[in-house]
Ligand binder design. Structure first.
Ligand SMILES: NC(=O)C1=CN([C@@H]2O[C@H](COP(=O)(O)OP(=O)(O)OC[C@H]3O[C@@H](n4cnc5c(N)ncnc54)[C@H](O)[C@@H]3O)[C@@H](O)[C@H]2O)C=CC1
Ligand SMILES: O=C(O)[C@@H]1CCC=N1
Length: 278
């Protein structure tokens, strides 16, 4: 269904910025059936091998700007700090029927409305890097110029790499950025810290790495596939008076445990997202 919506788009899907997040979306799209010929990738720092690999797949990489028709969907996936210069350079690709989808942390719809042609349809989103394997999640908010068709096209495009959660209030995007946008980094840090803690407890470092990796990915898969509340899954591991209870007494400390630490971390990330608005 979603790919059908994309096939009917009038114009290319233009990705501006193919770094870690733009590249993850691109990998997801190519892996999940988007026609490569629909895609245009603009990134001045693409290395020659990457540009050739895209061209070999049928993706247009760094064509001349004036050869690019108005985009059906244009995804802004550059750093928020370079947004003013980048938007100025791509304005010509934005036509009356284009929808501009920003994945930039912080940059507001108001900022983009100022920088893009008057009346542009804009969706501000925050995806995350598991999109590369079709396991992302995106939170999105639209401005008033986004038609139901443009919203459907955006949902279809981002929906190829995971669910899309539409919200009505733009202010929620900063907190969503702190939870799901940055969140994979917190989970990877957990894997790193668990491996180090295992080595400190006497395991050979390479075994500790394998155990931590398999534990984080296995627990994530169980959470996803079982659909069971994480608190119940936690209780299922925890025998009264056993080893897990001993560890959780530290991790669930009301003052110094995971809970207050993550609340503080998410508050800091939310604050930083607001600062990046510019
Ligand atoms: N990395 C992540 O997990 C997430 C990142 N984001 C957002 O995605 C955006 C990109 O972040 P990353 O991919 O991490 O950064 P990155 O630095 O890996 O990618 C940015 C890309 O933009 C390219 N670029 C620079 N100037 C350009 C121009 N004039 N035209 C086209 N491309 C240009 C760079 O060469 C680079 O490949 C940021 O705004 C970030 O806030 C959002 C959600 C998650
Ligand atoms: O760290 C950042 O600013 C970006 C936004 C969310 C994940 N990476």
């Amino acid at each position: 269904m979603s790919l059908e919506v994309l096939k009917q788009l009038d114009g290319p899907i233009v990705l501006v910025g193919a770094g870690k997040m733009g590249g993850a979306l691109l990998e997801g799209w190519l892996g999940l059936g988007i026609e490569p010929a629909r895609l245009v990738v603009l990134d001045p720092n693409l290395n020659p091998e990457a540009a050739k690999a895209l061209a070999d797949k049928g993706v247009s990489a760094n064509p001349a700007y004036d050869a690019i028709p108005h985009a059906a969907v244009l995804i802004l996936a550059v750093k928020p700090q370079v947004a003013p210069a980048v938007i100025a350079s791509i304005r010509g690709i934005v036509g009356p029927k284009s929808v501009v989808v920003s994945i930039m942390a912080g940059r507001t719809i108001g900022f983009m409305q100022e920088a893009l042609p008057r009346g542009a349809a804009i969706v501000r989103t925050i995806p995350n890097t598991p999109a590369a394997i079709g396991k992302g999640i995106t939170v999105a908010v639209a401005n008033a110029a986004v038609s139901p068709e443009a919203r459907a096209a955006t949902s279809a495009l981002l929906g190829t790499v995971g669910p899309v959660e539409w919200v009505e209030s733009e202010s929620l995007i900063d907190a969503a950025t702190a939870v799901s946008g940055s969140g994979p980094a917190y989970v990877f840090l957990l894997a790193e810290a668990l491996a180090k803690a295992g080595a400190a407890a006497g395991l050979p470092a390479d075994l500790a790495d394998r155990l931590a990796r398999a534990t984080v990915s296995g627990a994530g898969a169980l959470l996803e596939q079982s659909g069971i509340d994480p608190a119940i899954l936690r209780q299922n591991v925890t025998s009264p008076g056993g080893t897990t209870a001993a560890a959780l007494a530290v991790l669930m400390d009301e003052a110094k445990g995971f809970g207050p630490l993550l609340t503080q971390a998410v508050a800091e990330a939310t604050h930083r997202s607001r600062e990046l608005a510019g």
